[in-house]
Write a protein that binds this ligand. Sequence first.
Ligand SMILES: [Zn+2]
Ligand SMILES: [Zn+2]
Length: 344
Amino acid sequence: MKKTVDNLNNLYKPTFENTDKMTKFLGSHCVDHALDFHYGHRIKINEKFTNELYPIPLFRFKLQGIKTEVFFDVYTNKNYIGYIKLYPKKEELLSFNIKIFESLKYLVYGFYNYQEKINFENLEEARTKIEQSKENKFIIYADFENLEQIFNIVEMLSVRPNKRFSMANYKCECGHYITVDAYNGSCPVCGKDSTFKRKFATKCPVCGTNGLKDQYGRGECDKCGWIFDPFVEEQKDNVIYPNLISLNKAKKLYSEGKPFEPNLDEFIEALNCYSEMQFEYNGIYYAVEFVSNGEDEYDIELYNSKTGEAFIFKTTDDFKNNAKVEGKLLKDIWEETTDRYWLQ
Ligand SMILES: [Zn+2]
Ligand SMILES: [Zn+2]
């Protein structure tokens, strides 16, 4: 028994050294990752292959939104320490820069149909084959012989934030052990927000209730629905993203027990901020947008999403005074409109 344990320890030692380096590297690049185990490999003990199942460690994370797994094998030789698998969807594969894998022996094949291999020697042909494929998901597979090769791939496909961060380790509800950037982190396996995601205590500037904001000062009041934003508090009388009314107007409406709804002037102020707005009237949605008139200037377009009709206004005043829906002036029926929001 002792001999078996010693053998296994020796066998796993180099692998765990690699996984330690890998987790440090992913951490320094703020790549949220889970360390997991995968069964299904024959390994070599005392120069002999055994066909028993052995667990090998694997990392799960995402690169540019694509599900990625890196396996560190226990059986290794000078050309092989493990393999990487990316699982791009069809659209992701079509826009993927496969050159990143050029220094490795890689394979691309259909997720369900392993026979469906994509040959990237001719990019045009590969594109056509992917487009015509019945598969919606693919696998990019490559063996690697040293950690540098994997680090290079992660480096090329990840964006390292320049903000300071701290890592957090925890067991997610989905059962995986996770290491995440504690500012932005979410579980790379199930997508659930980390309980370590940074939150700071704050007081709602509208109703005074205690609330939580994130590192950017964003958050939402549970009581009145006001969305916290650090810039709003500097310009209390202006409509500023992400709210549709000014802070002072919200305070007034709150004290009167009224909902936070923009009047037409505020709607236009929000339009100046967002460029695209919407409202609903009699069950029909209308879009209000700035559109280029081809002379480096912008007109305002009122678009009826049901009939496809569009009306153009030269200025915000023109829009405010003359825009009509169902033959009625918008300013006269504004109170009857609903779902005023930025364009969804
Ligand atoms: Zn999870
Ligand atoms: Zn509030």
